[in-house]
Design a protein around this ligand. Structure first.
Ligand SMILES: [Zn+2]
Length: 147
């Protein structure tokens, strides 16, 4: 299944669930879009996936901003060295410690972890939207395992 289908299924399922929970309309729109994004996350373990390409580009941007912010008096060369070091570490991790496709990121264990993180960092409704989006990916893939 392609990333668009996963995003649409996650968005619609979350919108339905949030509507049934009597969440107000403006929140349903934002939370459903977040659920659609969450539905892409399990495929971070696949190097050709949409979420992986977003993560790769975002990390390069993050490394540049972080390097620039972490050093106020540095020369451009210093900032560049830090950014390249961070980007190198990210790609080493993602290349060599990458879980196999449809492995642990496609498990109920990760759904629970993801929901718990969202609940602790944000709130109940966002956690529900994230859980529905993430879990919808596993159901659509017919790849539901405990761990
Ligand atoms: Zn998948």
């Amino acid at each position: 299944m392609d990333w668009r289908s996963h995003a649409i299924i996650g968005t619609l399922l979350a919108a339905l669930a949030l509507y049934l929970m009597n969440v107000k309309f403006e929140s349903i729109i934002f939370l459903s879009i977040f659920a659609g994004f969450s539905a892409l996350l399990p495929d971070i373990d696949h190097k050709m996936s949409k979420i992986r390409s977003i993560a790769d580009k975002s990390f390069v941007l993050f490394a540049l901003v972080y390097s620039y912010n972490s050093c106020s008096n540095c020369q451009l060369l210093e900032i560049g060295k830090t950014a390249i070091l961070l980007i190198g570490i990210y790609f080493l991790i993602i290349t060599f410690l990458r879980p196999r496709h449809r492995g642990i990121t496609h498990s109920l264990f990760f759904v629970v972890i993801y929901g718990a993180i969202l609940y602790l960092l944000f709130n109940f409704n966002l956690a529900i939207a994230g859980i529905i989006g993430y879990a919808s990916h596993l159901i659509a893939d017919k790849e539901i395992k405990l761990i």
